[in-house]
Design a protein around this ligand. Structure first.
Ligand SMILES: *Cc1c(COP(=O)(O)O)cnc(C)c1O
Length: 245
């Protein structure tokens, strides 16, 4: 990667960290209370290497095949810092085996069917000694109610969680959502709704559900002010031309 790009990415990272720090302070928190996943789905291995150099350690992918390609390429390079990957996109059941054990977290469990499929495959791998522990996952909730969005409706997850929490191949660590685009007030209401739903579900289930994965390039500060513990940032990380508002 050219040096100028590398410099822009490193400077941009400092700006993002500053903005995260300020937004977290607004909710009485500090930088260690939220994670940043650099969403590398639209960039190649050279950009991931640049980002590693700039200090990013966790990357988000939404296609199992691309995840495999990047992991493969990185495995051939010696002396790299540990790069971790998480699955953020819609996952098809026939692709589950391609991500199990290769990602630290699956953010996008958006249906009962998918939860059961991931759990049964993970349980089989655990029994075979191929996987050390249940797969950590988040439940994707369609808080805004937009028809184009995937995930459980709040009502569906209220009903389904007692069964999902008994699935032995997955460990549910929290909730994830995508906010409506281009409307900060609607986004804020969506993030607040996710937090309130988490509080309610945590109480009802006894699960901590500590992770709230929400906030993207356009709205991560609002998300952090509303309690996000994990922002998923693509364009603002990798595209020097993305306007920092
Ligand atoms: C692409 C994507 C992101 C990152 O979006 P940006 O707007 O580029 O920050 C975050 N989460 C999911 C689920 C995505 O698919």
């Amino acid at each position: 990667m050219d040096e100028r790009y590398a410099q822009r990415i490193a400077e941009r990272r400092c700006e993002i960290v500053d903005r995260m720090t300020e937004a977290l302070a607004a909710s009485g928190r500090t930088l260690d209370q939220a994670r940043l996943v650099a969403v590398s789905k639209t960039v190649g291995v050279p950009e991931v290497l640049t980002a590693l150099d700039a200090g990013y350690r966790t990357f988000g992918e939404n296609r199992p095949q691309e995840l495999g390609r990047k992991l493969g390429a990185l495995s051939f390079i010696e002396g790299l810092p540990d790069a971790r990957f998480e699955m953020i996109g819609n996952l098809q059941t026939n692709k589950i085996n391609a991500v199990l054990g290769r990602v630290d977290l699956i953010h996008s469990i958006g249906s009962r069917h998918l939860a059961e499929a991931v759990s049964s495959r993970a349980a089989r791998r655990i029994d075979a000694g191929e996987l050390a522990a249940p797969q950590p996952v988040l439940i994707e909730v369609n808080v805004s109610g937009e028809e184009t969005k995937g995930g459980f409706s709040p009502e569906e997850i209220r009903r389904a969680l007692p069964e999902l929490q008994d699935l032995c191949g997955i460990r549910i660590e929290g909730l994830m959502t995508m906010a409506p685009r281009g409307n900060k007030d609607a986004a804020r209401a969506c993030f607040a709704g996710l937090r309130e739903l988490r509080d309610e579900l945590a109480k009802a289930s006894g699960l901590p559900l500590a992770e709230l994965s929400c906030g993207m390039s356009e709205d991560f500060e609002v998300a952090l002010m509303e309690g996000s513990t994990c922002v998923r940032l693509g364009r603002v990380v990798f595209d020097p031309a993305f306007a920092v508002l």
